[in-house]
Design a protein around this ligand. Structure first.
Ligand code: NI
Length: 144
């Protein structure tokens, strides 16, 4: 029993705008590919991001990961960085179209890179990032 893997998911929210545009392509091609999402003024989303951690329950604390540690990491690396911003201006999207697919992968890497900031999760791993763009669209990345 005591080494069973438990999955923990924590949700966060942020708002950001983007314009889907690939500068390598002609304007007409961008219009065909992205439609209204290519409008020069951009548009915004209220993103819901879920971080899933998988690991054994620490027998001392009874937890997979200390949520306050996870919250601090998410606040610092994701929310402070992306909330109320234009994603096209973010360094991560200098040469990458800020689709929600790409944002999902970026968020995964940011959490993964800062895993050492979760000392309570030393036996756990980042299982998945799920990013909801609208109530109809969501994207998931597991690092594969
Ligand atoms: Ni959009």
């Amino acid at each position: 029993m005591k080494n069973d893997t438990v999955h923990l998911t924590r949700r966060y929210w942020f708002s950001a705008s983007h314009r889907l545009h690939n500068p390598v392509l002609e304007d007409a091609e961008n219009t065909i590919i992205y439609g209204k999402c290519n409008n020069p003024g951009g548009h915004g989303h209220n993103y819901h991001v879920e971080i899933t951690v998988a690991g054994p329950v620490d027998q001392r604390t009874g937890m997979v990961v200390d949520l306050s540690e996870l919250d601090s990491l998410a606040q610092r690396e994701i929310l402070d960085r992306f909330d109320q911003t234009n994603l096209n201006d973010d360094a991560a999207f200098g040469s990458l179209v800020p689709t929600t697919e790409n944002l999902c992968v970026q968020i995964y890497h940011l959490v993964h890179q800062h895993w050492k900031d979760l000392p309570s999760a030393r036996l756990a791993r980042l299982e998945r990032v799920r990013l909801e763009e609208t109530s109809s669209n969501f994207f998931e990345y597991t690092g594969e």
